[in-house]
Design a protein around this ligand. Structure first.
Ligand code: ADE
Length: 271
């Protein structure tokens, strides 16, 4: 009840799609305010999905409530459950104006490539000015990486496994402030330190640890593996991990035979 937001108190801008997954969908929206309406992001399920999908969104909502506020986790504003019986739920979170880190890396950062190489010591000073990145340095990349680590540390403190950490699930609140989102695959652990997923449907295999691929076991440590792959994405400026490879069941064998991502172009030896 503390988080309930009435249907009449927000609106969905349904021509402004922010993101779309297999079952979930995120629209830009606005909170009804007296003066200037606050932008929000509204997550809901696609029409006519299975009841299990709706339950997954409810679980995501519960996990977000449990997480409370953290600088590097997308903030929950509330949820509208008025139409739960008809199979609809809306989860309202803060709007991150610069979108997801994967597309930001592939577009904005890529075009700043020269300065990225030329001035490695300069940090981005454009906090709060959406879309303005005059120059970037590898310090900015390290800064994002550190913020994601802080967010993940908070998840571990709260005994939450993300299960789908990747740059597509990191949002830019500003040029130098990132937040982790999408707890759709996350689980809050109660008395165990791992959970076993039932089915293998549509898992993000490039980001998954060996033991997860083999036995569907998710732990804080498998999140750390995904964090490593996320670092690789950041320091390659948004390349797809294991470039050119498609899913085969032999992928696990390759990993076991020591297939690993090699140092990406923009990572220092130290990194
Ligand atoms: N895409 C998915 N969630 C988003 C959010 N909260 N802000 C901006 N873009 C998003």
């Amino acid at each position: 009840q503390e988080y309930e937001i009435k249907w009449k108190d927000f609106k969905i801008l349904d021509d402004q799609l922010l993101g779309e997954g297999a079952y979930g969908i995120v629209f830009k929206g606005q909170l009804a305010g007296n003066s200037n309406a606050e932008n929000i992001a509204v997550k809901t399920t696609k029409p006519k999905v299975d009841r299990s999908i709706l339950l997954a969104l409810m679980t995501e909502l519960k996990v977000m409530i449990h997480l409370e506020v953290h600088d590097n986790i997308v903030k929950l504003l509330g949820a509208c459950t008025e139409f739960l019986r008809e199979g609809r739920v809306y989860v309202l979170v803060e709007y991150c104006p610069l979108g997801s880190l994967d597309s930001y890396l592939r577009t904005t950062v890529k075009t700043k490539l020269d300065s990225l190489v030329l001035i490695p010591e300069r940090a981005n000073t454009n906090e709060g000015i959406p879309g303005t990145v005059d120059s970037m340095s590898s310090n900015d990349l390290v800064n994002w990486a550190a913020q994601i680590a802080k967010g993940m540390q908070h998840l571990q403190n709260k005994k939450v496994i993300h299960g789908d950490l990747a740059t597509r699930n990191v949002l830019l609140y500003s040029g130098n402030h990132v937040k982790i989102t999408d707890f759709g695959l996350s689980r809050q652990l109660l008395n165990y330190d791992s959970y076993v997923k039932q089915s293998q449907a549509k898992l993000p295999w490039r980001w998954l640890a060996i033991e997860t691929l083999k036995s569907m076991i998710f732990t804080h440590k498998s999140d750390v593996w995904s964090y490593g792959v996320t670092l690789w994405e950041i320091f390659s400026l948004g390349l797809i991990p294991y470039p050119g490879m498609g899913w085969t069941t032999e992928f696990v064998d390759y990993l076991e035979q020591n297939l690993r991502l090699s140092r990406p172009k923009y990572a220092s030896e130290e990194m």
